[in-house]
Write a protein that binds this ligand. Structure first.
Ligand code: PLP
Length: 352
């Protein structure tokens, strides 16, 4: 068996595998419409919003682009704190959509505080909740509040790609207007679906832009259980099946994810590894490489044990490694991974 320890794609949930083994549905039939509506309702609960959730065929980045394109017009000013690869991506997407982007640059591993975003003059704030490239978690409610006090008309858009189903999230209660995720992270499904959640304020501000990414057209179709174009209906079925299983016991699931990620950090601390983030997200454990050890050596030590890990991205490439138990792992499998982690590092670290 292979241990997939990357922060997406992740080890699949058995309910996803089961759903994917069913015969093909045609998307313009009643059973498909029912399934589509069920998935949307379950996602609405997962995001804790009274608004609407749209399912798009594509990866999480597509959902980020759809959010930016349909909520902001060219020339509008947005504030984008940059503290990792995905927050940098949010800034690049906003620039490519023609927005005026002010980056708030922070060292990778850090996160912005409320004082940094309490600046007037913006139509929007774009934030990554769980910055998977550094393993850092942002205090989203505090930042949304500080930004909206300075910009009452401003919208808060959040990347919840590796926080949905990994840690508590809530749209309206946190002052977040729109959020995105993808199927291959906390949802424990294969890659291929992007998700956009739109709270009431975002729905009011929605303007059609783009063709495939036109969310006004999607909203109209998806309210009827269809989508404008052929959806990845099999993945919609997988997402619905996982949510049906996980949502009724969400507190226990989130507690397990937190415990598992803490376990990875505890093992790292025993081994003398330095964590990358100051405030860790439960989605991934990120460590600086031991002195003088190349990433390749760590990757190979895990590979010898049939485990796949992730390295650093952007400026952190070649200086960190990342492990994640965001996928479907129970408590005992996580303990097995902890043992594997100790063994793999013993191959590399000089015996003390
Ligand atoms: C994985 C991820 C994305 C989306 O990446 P895709 O490869 O497009 O699915 C976006 N944001 C974060 C924080 C992620 O971890």
């Amino acid at each position: 068996m292979e241990w997939l320890l990357t922060p997406g794609p992740v080890r699949l949930h058995p309910k996803a595998l089961e759903a994917l083994s069913r015969p093909q549905l045609h998307h313009r039939t009643e059973p498909a419409r029912e399934l589509f509506l069920r998935a949307r309702t379950l996602l609405q609960q997962a995001f804790q919003t009274q608004g609407e959730v749209l399912l798009l065929t594509g990866s999480g980045t597509l959902a980020m682009e759809a959010l930016v394109l349909n909520l902001f017009a060219p020339g509008e000013r947005v504030l984008v704190p940059v503290y990792g690869k995905f927050s940098e991506r949010f800034a690049e997407i906003a620039e490519s959509a023609g927005l005026q982007v002010d980056r708030l640059l922070l060292p990778y591993g850090e996160v912005p505080g409320p004082e940094g975003v309490a600046r007037p003059g913006y139509r929007g704030l774009l934030l990554v909740h769980s910055e998977t490239s550094t393993g850092a978690l942002v205090d989203l409610p505090a930042l949304a509040k500080a930004f909206r006090e300075a910009n009452p008309e401003g919208l808060v858009g959040a990347d919840m790609v590796t926080s949905l189903l990994v840690r508590e999230v809530a749209l309206e209660a946190w002052g977040v207007d729109a959020a995105v995720s993808g199927s291959q992270k906390g949802l424990m499904c294969p890659p291929g679906l992007g998700v956009v959640a739109l709270g009431p304020r975002a729905l009011e501000r929605l303007r059609p832009r783009g063709y495939y990414l036109n969310l006004v057209r999607e909203l109209k179709a998806q309210r009827e259980g269809e989508s404008a174009w052929t959806p990845a209906i099999n993945l919609v079925g997988a997402v619905a099946a996982v949510l049906e299983e996980v949502l009724p016991k969400l507190p226990e699931h989130l507690a397990l994810k937190a415990w598992q990620n803490d376990l990875l950090y505890r093992v790292g601390a025993e081994l003398g590894l330095r964590p990358v983030p100051r405030v860790p997200s439960p989605a991934v454990a990120a460590f600086y490489l031991p002195q003088g050890v190349p990433y390749r050596a760590v990757k190979e030590a895990f590979a010898r044990r049939q485990a796949v890990i992730a390295g650093g991205q952007g400026p952190l490439r070649g200086s960190i490694f990342r492990l994640s138990l965001m996928g479907h792992y129970d408590r005992y499998e996580a303990l097995g991974v902890a043992a594997l982690f100790r063994e793999a590092l013993a191959d590399i670290l000089p015996a003390s």
